[in-house]
Design a binder for this molecule. Structure first.
Ligand code: ATR
Length: 279
């Protein structure tokens, strides 16, 4: 439906933001449920995340998604933080709660939902996470919260691996990529393999470390089939692409804003076709 004077607006802020799939995913979801909502993207310059939050207050936006480079700034500017967003110091979603703006981080739960849906439970399983940036930190925390037996963090920059592994508490440690052999769940949370980057077509995990029984999850969703996932399939492992996390983290945001059950199939189809349009 076309926006009217009663339409609620949600938005993503980022820089750059023009390739965001969030408008496609959320507008498809609003339309399928007949909700009088619309979702737009705002390119917000670095350093203006807190100002964008003031705009959210002034304009009474119904919800906000937050992406690079604003996740930490917004975490410092909301009225309240959900516990995992406080631990991460990063917010990817802002929602209203009784007149207050609450900062959430839905990335980790989105990842665990996607993993659980496609490869069963996380609890009691040994995990290895390659990467220690914002996405990796959310995944490390969520895996530990989901009851992983071990979360080994491997990263080019060791100091960041130490910090990320601490999010997993007693089950976290820093390791080497060869530790993937002993893990049950192997996650790529680096940008290696992402289209349009210097490391496009590369994989962070050598193929000879992969075997049947491994669950290999890539956070990269463009391309949908990364070199790592192809190697996983050749090795007889279960390969899980990044689209599921993208959709599930968006679904949690949608629910926080609207209180409605997110239409996951519609959101997945919208994400797929938006990636197709991009590629
Ligand atoms: P995001 O918010 O998506 O997690 P990020 O915070 O920039 O992005 O993190 C990117 C991750 O990919 C980091 O772990 C980075 O390693 P460093 O901490 O050493 O920078 C990792 N990464 C990116 N390109 C890499 C490459 N070519 N080789 C190894 N690691 C790489």
């Amino acid at each position: 439906m076309s926006p009217t004077a009663t339409t609620r607006t949600a938005a993503v802020i980022g820089n750059p933001v023009r390739h965001s799939l969030s408008p496609a995913i959320n507008n498809a979801a609003f339309a399928s449920l007949g909700l009088d909502w619309t979702y737009v993207a705002f390119d917000v310059a670095p350093g203006l995340g807190a100002a964008a939050l003031d705009a959210m207050r002034a304009l009474h936006l119904g919800g906000l998604s937050v992406t690079m480079p604003h996740k930490a700034d917004v975490a410092g500017a909301v009225d309240r933080l959900a516990p995992n967003a406080a631990l991460l110091g990063a917010v990817n979603c802002v929602a209203w709660d009784r007149g207050e703006l609450v900062g959430h981080n839905t990335d980790g739960r989105g990842f665990v939902d996607s993993l659980t849906e496609q490869a069963g439970r996380v609890d009691g399983r040994r995990c290895l996470v390659a990467g220690a940036g914002g996405a990796a930190r959310a995944v490390v925390l969520a895996l530990a919260e989901a009851g992983a037996a071990e979360v080994v963090v491997v990263n080019r920059t060791r100091s960041k691996a130490v910090s990320a592994s601490e999010l997993a508490g007693s089950v976290g440690r820093v390791g080497r990529i060869a530790d993937a052999r002993d893990a049950e769940i192997v996650v790529n949370a680096t940008s290696i393999g992402m289209a349009g980057t210097a490391a496009a077509g590369s994989t962070p995990v050598p193929e000879d470390l992969l075997r049947p029984g491994h669950v290999v999850a890539d956070l990269v969703y463009h391309p949908l089939r990364t070199s790592l996932l192809e190697a996983a399939e050749r090795s007889g492992a279960t390969a899980i692409g990044g689209l599921g996390m993208l959709v599930h983290q968006a679904a949690h945001q949608f629910e926080l804003w609207t209180g409605e059950v997110p239409p996951l199939d519609i959101m997945t189809a919208a994400a797929r076709s938006a990636i197709g349009a991009e590629a």
